[in-house]
Design a protein around this ligand. Sequence first.
Ligand SMILES: NC(=O)c1ccc[n+]([C@@H]2O[C@H](COP(=O)([O-])OP(=O)(O)OC[C@H]3O[C@@H](n4cnc5c(N)ncnc54)[C@H](O)[C@@H]3O)[C@@H](O)[C@H]2O)c1
Length: 246
Amino acid sequence: MLKGKTAVITGSGRGIGKAIAMKLASLGANVVINDIPQSEDAEKTCEEIKAMGVGSICIKGDVRNIDDVKALVDGTVKEFGGVDIFVNNAGVTRDGLMLRMSEEDWDLVMDINLKGAFNCIKTVARPMMKSKGGSIINITSVVGVMGNAGQANYSASKAGLIGLTKTTAKEFSSRGIRCNAVAPGFIESAMTDKLPDDVKKQYFDAIPLGKFGTVENIADTVAFLASDMSAYITGQVLCVDGGLIM
Ligand SMILES: NC(=O)c1ccc[n+]([C@@H]2O[C@H](COP(=O)([O-])OP(=O)(O)OC[C@H]3O[C@@H](n4cnc5c(N)ncnc54)[C@H](O)[C@@H]3O)[C@@H](O)[C@H]2O)c1
């Protein structure tokens, strides 16, 4: 389904990003792995993907840093000739009630989750415009839609990402570039492992499908949005949350 396409996924050394990378590779895409310079997972993920028989390179860099992002996009174009799919997946949490939230924790989360995506979209739009098409997918969160006590920084960054998704869709549709967001609910991953048991139970009880999501559930949705099967969809937010919000 994605044979001959090139996909870049930020923060794809592990977790949801890695699952997306493996899924897109399994559908035939060449895959560029990005993660922070300190990541020990990124190269391993890249090797696993090469073993699947598609092209893969690892370009580490911090999405907050525009020079790193330019190196990521330029390196991809140099290796594979263009970028067809770009997934803004890199994200962090620094939870705490608002009255106690430090300016540092606010800035860090906004910088990575929102400004990072802006840096990437702005940079990848040029090669996509040149090749007259592309699919950008932003990984937001259900808390960007519904809010969440203890996550002022995170929910604001993810709500901002939804606005950025819609604006990107509007600005670049005429160039053949689509932009959509995927909003995961509670997904079993390193990010949610660290939550206290009572918080996990509260989520669990509120999920109509009666189970937590998997990283593969998110990867499948990203694959759909990356492919021509979603050719007439842009500016949308797809919640993948077992019915948590509806
Ligand atoms: N796990 C969930 O339940 C859940 C729910 C909703 C949304 N999400 C979103 O899904 C995405 C992936 O989450 P995950 O659960 O796999 O988390 P994770 O912590 O396992 O993975 C995030 C990856 O992003 C990388 N990263 C962090 N800062 C970066 C930066 N500045 N530049 C480049 N890479 C950076 C990390 O090193 C890590 O490999 C995030 O955007 C997260 O907000 C997750």
